[in-house]
Design a protein around this ligand. Structure first.
Ligand SMILES: [Zn+2]
Length: 156
């Protein structure tokens, strides 16, 4: 059986990642932005290496604002706290920053308010970002395959 390999990861490195995280149900890979304030991508893979979800966000350190632009989790892996883990990790990129999200799906409209309470941070839909981060609604970030090499996220 041929197992999938995460984009932009050499087979050798992917084997190493899987070995070092064999005890984990989910492994998280982080693609840093090509240049700040570029899109940051955190992607989750199951034991077999299948892509089970991702979060895409941007941060402007100059203006101390951040925007969560995309969150998706495979239906089979929802309700396990993975979304929370993704968001918590994202917020560490801008402690004390002003955060917003782009368009929220009906599911996200329930998810984000619950998180706001839990994490004591406002996560409004289209809450306003600085001129460096502004992108029109519906803008799709580039796929992670064209990003720099991903890093194994060991904090998660
Ligand atoms: Zn800015």
């Amino acid at each position: 059986m041929t197992l999938p390999i995460a984009e932009n990861v050499s087979p050798r490195r992917w084997r190493w990642i899987r070995l070092t995280t064999w005890h984990k149900e989910v492994r998280f890979l982080y693609w840093p932005p090509p240049h700040p304030p570029g899109y940051r991508n955190l992607q989750m893979f199951d034991r077999d290496g299948y892509d089970i979800g991702r979060l895409v966000w941007v941060v402007c350190d100059g203006c101390r604002v951040g925007s969560i632009n995309k969150i998706s989790i495979d239906p089979d892996h929802q309700r396990r706290g993975l979304g929370r883990q993704l968001i918590r990790r994202t917020l560490t990129d801008g402690p004390g920053y002003t955060w917003q999200t782009t368009h929220q799906s009906p599911h996200a409209k329930l998810f984000f308010p619950a998180l706001e309470k839990e994490l004591s941070v406002a996560l409004p839909e289209y809450g306003g970002v600085c001129q460096h981060l502004g992108s029109p609604p519906g803008y799709q970030p580039r796929p992670p395959g064209r990003r720099p090499r991903p890093l194994l996220e060991r904090r998660l």
